[in-house]
Design a protein around this ligand. Structure first.
Ligand code: GLU
Length: 424
């Protein structure tokens, strides 16, 4: 299926992708046009331009966004991204994807996303803190444990969440732990949150193998991106008996036919100046070459639109598990689906993060904290159950996994919207 008006461009852009994916599901669901328009449009888009005094005394103006896509099923939920190329359209697409993700795994949230256009590596720790606090203050009128709850995403982490929580709490005059998730554990964070997205990705990979009558153990796995999602997914793949043949970061990747020592790479190389390419017992490869490797499972866990119509033909993996948001364009997905490649879509594959964010929020609201086993057990149960529902819908509707996931997620949001009714 073609994305209208984008046949020439190999990368349609995340918002066109998100709207196309919604349109495909809307057709299956026979959604009323008005309702489809409601779901294709964000509820609220905020753009803020704000100054920060840098360490050298100069003033820099940063552009930030917070987009709340849909509130029908509860407060909005979604990460905050720090990236030099992010814009309002991408943030909107990411917020839409959060809506379907939360609905698919059936947690009581709508979708949101925030972003600041910044290269985090350029900032000192003090500048990062000041920028985070000022951004939080600028968007604070939508934030709150009952309204909109940020979390980490690309370029942000538990420390950034601690500053966001502290800034919001200072305005309130008391500590509000439930305003953000992905916080450090001593500040109301949840055990298991740091690993949650990568853990969910590997549960999804295991379920995909089961469906295809293959074994996860012994599978050859390539992971693009070695941030929080990619590094944890690679480590857990290794712990599950997979051979991790390649990993990469933004600078490029490394490959070893017999498997890379993921734990050593994480502990000893990922923080070095030259990154994991300082590890010598392997071949250097590019990110493009990583995607085309002969492997069983490919985990794109970096940026969006890396698998597009020009390189889809080169992909040799049988299973793609989308750790990143939006890594596969619709035209590439059509080609890969025709070839029988199983793509576990982002809204399912990387939902583990927001699932444990939900657990963190519940723990914060109750001021009662769970043991890690309980978090992991509940996470795996939700991931397996959601995976099973998507497979059942896929077989019933004779479609691919993404459309099946959308049929479930979009229907839940549409039903909530219709049942609540349109005010006034
Ligand atoms: N940023 C993550 C995502 O894209 C997690 C969001 C959250 O935990 O709220 O799913």
């Amino acid at each position: 299926m073609a994305v209208a008006g984008t046949q020439e461009s190999k990368k349609p852009g995340p918002l066109k992708m998100a709207r196309h994916q919604l349109a495909v599901a809307a057709k299956h669901l026979d959604l009323d046009e008005g309702l489809h328009n409601v779901l294709a449009t964000p509820k609220c888009q905020i753009i803020v331009n704000f100054p920060v005094v840098m360490d050298d005394g100069s003033v820099e103006v940063f552009e930030g966004y917070r987009v709340l896509h849909n509130l029908s099923r509860g407060p909005t939920k979604g990460g905050v991204r720090y990236h030099p190329d992010v814009d309002l359209d991408e943030t909107t697409a990411l917020a839409m994807w959060m809506t379907w993700k939360c609905a698919l795994v059936d947690i009581p949230y709508g979708g949101a996303k925030g972003a600041v256009r910044v290269d985090r590596k350029r900032l000192s720790k003090r500048e990062l803190e000041k920028m985070t606090r000022r951004f939080t203050s600028e968007i604070s009128f939508v934030l709150g444990p009952n309204t909109d709850i940020p979390a980490p995403d690309m370029g942000t982490d538990a420390q950034v969440m601690a500053w966001m929580m502290d800034t919001y709490s200072m305005h309130k005059g008391y500590t509000v732990t439930g305003v953000v998730t992905g916080k450090p554990v001593p500040l109301g964070g949840s055990l298991g949150r740091l690993e949650a997205t990568g853990r969910g990705v590997i549960v999804a990979a295991g379920e995909a193998c089961k469906f295809l009558n293959r074994d996860l153990s012994g599978s050859r796995v390539a992971v693009q991106g070695f941030g929080n999602v990619g590094s944890v997914a690679a480590r857990l793949a290794e712990e599950n008996g997979c051979t991790v043949v390649a990993v990469s970061d933004a600078q490029g990747g490394i490959y070893s036919e017999s498997g890379l020592p993921v734990r050593t790479l994480t502990e000893r190389y990922s923080h070095r100046e030259g990154g994991m390419r300082e590890f010598k017992d392997c071949d250097q490869i590019t990110n493009e070459e990583l995607l085309a490797l002969d492997c069983d499972i490919l985990i794109p866990a970096a940026v969006s639109e890396v698998i597009h119509q020009e390189n889809a033909k080169d992909i040799k993996a049988k299973i793609i598990v989308e750790g990143a948001n939006g890594p596969t364009t619709p035209l590439a997905e059509d080609e890969l689906s025709d070839r029988g490649v199983m793509i576990v879509p982002d809204v399912l594959a990387n939902a583990g993060g927001v699932v444990v964010s939900y657990f963190e929020w519940v723990q914060d609201l109750q001021a009662f904290f769970w043991e890690e086993d309980e978090v992991t057990h509940r996470l795996e149960k939700i991931m397996r159950h959601s995976f099973g529902s998507v497979l059942a819908t896929m077989e019933q509707q004779k479609t691919n996994m993404r459309t099946a996931a959308y049929i479930i997620g979009v229907k839940r949001v549409a039903d909530a919207t219709v049942t609540r009714g349109i005010y006034p």
